[in-house]
Design a protein around this ligand. Sequence first.
Ligand SMILES: Cc1cc2nc3c(=O)[nH]c(=O)nc-3n(C[C@H](O)[C@H](O)[C@H](O)COP(=O)(O)OP(=O)(O)OC[C@H]3O[C@@H](n4cnc5c(N)ncnc54)[C@H](O)[C@@H]3O)c2cc1C
Ligand code: FES
Length: 339
Amino acid sequence: MTKTAVETYEITLEPSGKVITVKEGQTILDAAIRNGVQVAYGCRHGSCAACKCQVLEGDYEVMDRVSEYSLMSFEREEGFTLMCSTLVESDLVIEVEEEESDLPFFAVSDFEAEVVENVACTHDIHMIKLKLQEPQNIEYASGQFFEFEIPSLDDTRAYSLANKYEEGSMIEFHVKRVPEGKGSNYMCDLQVGDTVTGSGPYGSMQLRSKDKDLIFIAGGSGMAPIKSLLEELFSQSFEKEAWFFYGARSKKDLYLTEEWEELVRQHPNFHFVPALSQPAPSDVWDGETGFIADVISRTLDDTSNMDAYLCGPPIMIETACDALSKSGMKGTNIAYDEF
Ligand SMILES: Cc1cc2nc3c(=O)[nH]c(=O)nc-3n(C[C@H](O)[C@H](O)[C@H](O)COP(=O)(O)OP(=O)(O)OC[C@H]3O[C@@H](n4cnc5c(N)ncnc54)[C@H](O)[C@@H]3O)c2cc1C
Ligand code: FES
């Protein structure tokens, strides 16, 4: 065993043979990402099972947050575990598929930031702007997310970056207040001048190609990473067509509509399609109605040569992906974060 005074262990990744170090209390996934190893992951919270690996040798503890649904008993008995929710108790050997990606990799950093703005955009979504204090700059790709420490939970919650990276500028997040949700209420109740801590960037939902027609689909605070991606897209030359479908229940759930309409005026190749699934009787609305998946099917009949980026609740992602697949889109051309 190579346990040292600073309580670090070694994890050997098979089949590559790469060796990374992990601190006691750190998850396998966190160690992998911070060592620059590219592996598949999603929620970082034990729910999506995207980060499954098999432990071949060594001792470890699976965190309580992992449900039977995400990691079944027979899998646990065979040594499978979720990297994002496994703490290391000795040197380990694990089998994990490393990803080959052309996307840029940005180093993960712990941060401390000051709240400079917190405004309610709708009855339940807040736009929160932060100024990084330590370090004063963290490079990230549009579409990625940061994790915030939530003091009352002794745990973290993920929130997507809503603006494109600009050195030293403010970073923006859109947070939906979830009833009884400790993380979202902590974020929405932040006051100007408060300090928050966390780490990032994480995630692989990054802009892949600007040489194709692109579809962006969001619901609720899922607008955040899509806004960041669209800001990046239109900050450079983009000559193809881009559609942004935004699903909301009623008019009171829409936000930043004027900003999107302004982008439409500036860029004739940008199409903004907001749709209401349950307009209130008082809503004056002559736009699209119904579920966003149906609106996509009505608007685009051939998506076979396009890329899509989606962010929103699981049911919206599932139905929208079905609609895209029926109109010819390949699964490999779809990137999404669901929450
Ligand atoms: C990669 C990633 C990026 C994310 N980015 C964002 C973002 O930009 N903006 C954002 O608002 N959230 C985002 N989330 C979700 C966020 O991390 C939290 O899960 C969410 O804020 C709820 O945390 P909580 O502590 O308030 O609620 P919890 O205490 O975790 O949950 C409270 C209750 O609410 C339910 N619940 C949890 N989340 C939701 C939800 N979204 N809608 C309805 N009910 C819910 C739970 O099932 C539970 O019953 C992201 C999640 C991931 C994995
Ligand atoms: S279970 Fe989702 S990233 Fe680990």
